[in-house]
Design a binder for this molecule. Structure first.
Ligand code: C2E
Ligand code: CA
Ligand code: CA
Length: 424
């Protein structure tokens, strides 16, 4: 398993497994800190761990000038600064080519978590925060998370070239078979069984490298290309599944609203699944609350017909939308996936924990499978277990992987396949 030793977000934590020094040495890091002594201290700590390409700035405008000039893998920023404060800087910085952000501050953890959540809502990748005064271990722990959080496609923005995502380029990429199914495991929290994998799209761009869904999914949804992508990914997953071994591993597929509005979808999906000798009960279709936005009746009909044929449904990103509850009421779901924003606040917010408890209880009362998304550290996993959450997904267990990586990961599982790290 790749991420057993992920650090926790609290200050008293064991040193994390660091990414290998090639990764750190190749990373370009920008540090924004107005206090010269603190700046020198953190710079020295980053260099100590092997960060090779480090730029520093004493104020937000200088830092933004660096960002405008070149891409960065990691931007670390203080929050309280004269002039442009860290919050304004981070919001501006989120518009540039940045792999991930981290915060260093003396502010209370709840404030730093709020800033992290706001950044994540803007689509930025957030590595975590360092509380001042920080220890060398805490800096090491933060850098240790680069490996897990900076997925390969985000790890080297330096290699990324400008690329187009207009409809004809996307259609060309679909025709050329440039999209690849990546798989992220979903595990049972009681005994660590591998329950299934979620299919996540990646674009193998010939020039720009591996691209994450933020670069193409919404453009595809706007242009009705999403159906073709969905069928291509399901086809790959069904073919790949033949090599996953004897134990049944379910496949979860994200469905865009447009796809669910097609009255031919139920028969088409059934034919695809049967052609690979799989039962439709092994396929879970994941929907978010946007599913019902345009044609609720069509979507309801289509979903009901898919359920009649045996397919399972999961409600995705549960808890963050305005109408998660309404969606839950209107469609026959089998599984509830609790959004990762609740998991990431679990250790620092009593409110998030209480809401998590309520959502887990709700799902169980409704007879649904409940999955916590985005579990990144053992402490989060332990708390979810104590709450009674039955299943989880997240970098702690494995990041999304291509078929080769998944096969290696499955082969590395101990027998019987309990993949959970030690509970103490
Ligand atoms: P999602 O369905 O909620 O998928 C989970 C996302 O969380 C994935 O991002 C995954 O890489 C990321 N993730 C998993 N574990 C962790 C963790 O421990 N920490 C953090 N910070 N993140 C974690 P990804 O692959 O970038 O996908 C983003 C979104 O794009 C997906 O969110 C889904 O809504 C959409 N998407 C991906 N593939 C497809 C697709 O084939 N079709 C459609 N319609 N949407 C897709
Ligand atoms: Ca999903
Ligand atoms: Ca989700």
């Amino acid at each position: 398993m790749q991420s057993h030793s992920l650090p926790q977000r609290r200050s008293a934590q064991p040193p994390a497994a660091l990414p290998d020094c090639h990764v750190l040495a190749a990373m370009r890091v920008l540090l924004l800190e107005d206090d010269p002594a603190q700046r020198d201290l953190l710079s020295a700590a980053l260099r100590h761990f092997g960060v090779g390409d480090l730029m520093t700035a004493g104020d937000g405008w200088t830092a933004l000038a660096h960002l405008a000039a070149m891409p960065f893998d990691l931007v670390i920023s203080d929050l309280r600064m004269p002039g442009m404060d860290g919050i304004e800087f981070l919001h501006r910085a989120a518009g540039f080519d940045v792999g991930a952000f981290a915060i260093v501050s003396a502010a209370e953890p709840a404030i730093m978590s709020a800033v992290e959540n706001a950044l994540a809502e803007h689509g930025a990748l957030v590595l975590g925060h360092l509380s001042k005064p920080f220890s060398l271990d805490a800096v090491g722990a933060l850098l240790g998370r680069c490996d897990a959080v900076l997925a390969p496609e985000r790890r080297s923005p330096l290699a990324k070239l400008a690329f187009q995502s207009d409809p004809s380029t996307l259609q060309g990429a679909l025709n050329a078979g440039q999209f690849e199914a990546y798989y992220q495991p979903k595990v049972a929290l009681d005994d660590g069984r591998l329950l299934g994998v979620e299919v996540l799209a990646r674009w193998n761009h010939p020039d720009a490298g591996l691209l994450a869904p933020t670069h193409f999914i919404s453009a595809m949804e706007d242009n009705a290309l999403i159906d073709q992508l969905t069928f291509q990914l399901l086809d790959q997953a069904l073919a790949d599944a033949a090599r996953w071994g004897d134990a049944p591993i379910d496949i979860a597929l994200n469905l865009a609203p447009h796809t669910l509005e097609d009255p031919h979808l139920p028969d088409r999906l059934l034919a695809m699944v049967r052609a690979h000798g799989l039962a439709p009960e092994r396929i879970t279709l994941e929907l978010t609350e946007t599913a019902m936005a345009r044609h609720p009746q069509r979507v309801r009909d289509c979903a009901t017909r898919l359920r009649l044929r045996g397919f399972h449904f999961a409600i995705d990103d549960f808890g963050i939308g305005y109408s998660s509850m309404a969606l839950l009421l209107s469609l026959p779901f089998n599984e509830l996936k609790i959004d990762r924003s609740f998991v990431s606040s679990l250790l620092t917010s009593v409110k998030a924990r209480t809401m998590m408890e309520a959502m887990v209880a709700l799902g169980k009362r409704l007879g649904m499978q409940v999955v916590a998304e985005g579990v990144e550290c053992p402490a989060e996993m332990r708390m979810l277990r104590s709450i009674g959450c039955p299943a989880a997904q997240g970098y702690l267990f494995a990041a999304p992987m291509a078929q080769d990586g998944l096969l290696r990961w499955i082969a590395s599982l101990p027998m019987p396949s309990s993949i959970l790290p030690p509970t103490h």
